[in-house]
Design a protein around this ligand. Structure first.
Ligand SMILES: *Cc1c(COP(=O)(O)O)cnc(C)c1O
Length: 460
């Protein structure tokens, strides 16, 4: 067979392997039934290809594992902390660092330090934990993302951009003193991993500065965002991802970070700031909630792995591979005519279950059913993002019927090969071909909180 385009190979080779259990269709039918047709309730060892999340599922390199052996587990002043600090300064440019056990630890402390009760916190679409911590601190989140981000089909190279008009209107309406800060998430997870342009964050920073408002970057996937800028924005094609990241972060005053995504580790996070007084406040607070300011809930070895992961994550070859692996899975499925959210995001492909299973009414949870069927067909574990996740209206008790009824295929970093993803595309295509025969689900157990984690279903 002659290739039509030059194949790109993974820029690493495999040194240690983790065997996967190969199961039969019968095994999987039994397992999903026992799990109440909820992929969250499957045992990981019964899963062949796990695309539930890209959070903490990264494969570490030999360089990172070697660093784990150099963990300095001193209670105070671990050398791994100072190395992590110097890398945060080098790659992101912030002056001061407070490590945390993961991203939400950083969000908690920053929200508590900066938000006064009754203040507004604008942001480019919410993220679950980010918004919750803002609310717990007495703030009110205001979505100021561009309208395009809420439409699954519209094409836009930087669908995560802040709408400057919405931000300015909020300042006019509420007054700058009533705005705690603005968060810019890059890429935007809840919009499907959509990037923010350099031009946009620069303009946001200028506008915020004019009114004395701080810009907080949710830097969780900012390296992936920098790659999109290199590929799509004028004037950046000759710059390295590391240079772009540094410039991008320079248009913010502080950052919260979940190292479990971009930074190629299984656990870790941090908050980084430029303001000494804020640093002092965070350094006082971290002792209460996470641990001493030189470990923040992490072992020395975890800080070393994160510092080293940072060095690897900004390499152009790595990040190109990462984003293109996700995009090529999307392209293969597009070839089979599979309905998906577009453009493809940096960390996941979203199947449009409403279009996929047109004959299954939303009240029979087509996305939940599709995720279950995918598991039965090939042992691939995905996640529902539709009616089950949306839950119920607290006042009326009625189920929300969200516009988007999606199945998320999230790609862990450096974990699966091209052939694994070929199987995913093949399996989705097979389900699509036989879609008319598919049946919906009935909920038989509904937990009170965040029901998608533990709800149980029966096949209709
Ligand atoms: C995962 C995530 C967080 C929270 O980080 P955790 O490490 O899971 O606590 C915050 N923001 C974004 C955009 C994320 O994807």
């Amino acid at each position: 067979m002659k290739f039509t385009t030059r194949p790109t190979a993974e820029p690493f080779k495999i040194k240690v392997v983790e065997p996967l259990k190969v199961t039969s269709r019968q095994d999987r039918e039994k397992a999903i039934k026992e799990a109440g047709y909820n992929t969250f309730l499957l045992r990981s060892e019964d899963v062949f290809i796990d695309l539930l999340t890209d959070s903490g599922t990264n494969a570490m390199s030999d360089y990172q594992w070697a660093g784990m052996m150099l963990g300095d587990e001193a209670y105070a002043g671990s050398k791994n902390y100072y190395y992590l600090e110097s890398n945060v300064q080098k790659f992101y440019g912030y002056k001061y660092l407070v490590p945390t056990h993961q991203g939400r630890g950083a969000e908690h402390m920053l929200s508590q330090s900066l938000i006064k009760k009754g203040q507004f916190v604008p942001g480019n679409m919410y993220f679950t934990t980010t918004r919750l911590h803002q609310e717990l601190a007495g703030g009110t989140f205001v979505d100021v993302i561009i309208d395009e981000a809420h439409d699954a089909q519209v094409a836009h190279p930087f669908k995560g951009n802040v709408c400057l008009q919405k931000f300015e209107d909020l300042i006019k309406r509420e007054g700058a003193a009533n705005i705690a800060y603005i968060t810019v998430g890059a890429t935007v997870n809840m919009a499907g991993g959509q990037p923010v342009s350099m031009e946009n964050i620069k303009a946001v920073y200028a506008l915020a500065n004019k009114h004395g408002i701080k810009v907080v970057l949710d830097a969780t996937r900012a390296i992936e965002n920098a790659y999109y800028i290199q590929q799509r924005e004028q004037g950046y094609s000759n710059k390295s991802v590391a240079e772009i990241l540094r410039e991008f972060a320079s248009y913010s005053d502080a950052a919260t970070m979940s190292g479990k995504k971009d930074l190629l580790v299984n656990i870790g996070g941090f908050v980084a700031v430029n303001d000494w007084d804020l640093f002092e406040e965070l350094r006082n607070m971290v002792v209460v909630y996470e641990g001493l300011h030189t470990y923040g809930g992490l072992a020395g070895r975890d800080m070393e792995a994160m510092a080293r992961g940072m060095e690897e994550a900004v390499q152009d070859e790595y990040i190109a591979y990462r984003i293109n692996q996700v995009a090529s899975l999307g392209a293969r499925m597009e070839h089979y005519g599979i309905p998906m959210v577009k453009p493809f995001g940096g960390h996941a492909i979203f199947l449009d279950a409403k279009k996929f299973y047109e004959h299954i009414p939303q009240t029979q949870y087509p996305a939940q059913a599709l995720a279950a069927h995918l598991y039965i067909d090939s042992g691939v574990r995905a996640m529902e993002r539709g009616m089950v996740s949306a839950g119920r209206n607290k006042e009326t008790g009625e189920e929300f019927a969200p516009k988007l009824e999606l199945v998320r295929l999230t790609i862990p970093r450096r974990v699966y090969t091209q052939s694994h993803l070929d199987l995913v595309a093949y399996s989705v295509a097979e389900l699509y071909e036989n879609r008319k025969k598919a049946k919906g689900l009935k909920m038989i157990y509904e937990p009170r909180y965040l029901r998608f984690f533990q709800a149980r279903f029966e096949s209709l």
